[in-house]
Design a binder for this molecule. Structure first.
Ligand code: DQA
Length: 143
């Protein structure tokens, strides 16, 4: 089983970006934790991060036939991107949306995800564990 982990804008700044909200781990450290769990669960991971909506759309488009599952933190695009939602719907690859923070306990504009209606589900509020829980859930469904 092969999964693609996609991280959206500003997540390259994790570690230094609002640590009181997003914690102190860098994206590299979160990815290392995921890679460790993937070994244990015997699945293969690839990682992609971009600050550009179009690049994320293109990466999702190219994932068809190559990946069995997507795990995506669309970051701010969660709340705005019809294009990312349409790309996920178009590939038909089962997708889990993740967030470090609990988006339902924050500002009003973060409480709406345009992505979740086309995802299998959403995991938010558990910091880096949101990603690890998503990986376990994906493998539980497909593996
Ligand atoms: C986030 C939540 C989003 O609202 C925000 O724009 C982010 C990070 C999270 O992981 O908690 O950049 O996706």
């Amino acid at each position: 089983m092969k999964l693609l982990v996609i991280n959206g804008p500003n997540l390259d700044l994790l570690g230094e970006r609002q640590p009181e909200v997003y914690g102190r781990l860098t994206l590299k450290e979160i990815n290392e934790k995921m890679a460790e769990l993937a070994k244990e669960l015997r699945c293969e991971l690839e990682f992609f991060q971009s600050n550009h909506e179009g690049e994320i759309v293109e990466t999702i488009g190219k994932a068809k036939g190559k990946f069995d599952f997507l795990i995506i933190n669309p970051a701010a695009y969660t709340h705005t991107s019809v294009a990312i939602r349409d790309a996920i719907a178009a590939t038909g690859i089962p997708t889990i949306e993740v967030h470090l923070s609990n988006i339902y306990g924050r500002e009003e504009f973060r409480r709406k995800s345009l992505i979740v209606p086309v995802a299998v589900g959403q995991i938010c509020g558990f910091g880096p564990d949101s990603y690890l829980l998503a990986l376990r859930a994906a493998v539980g469904m497909k593996g």
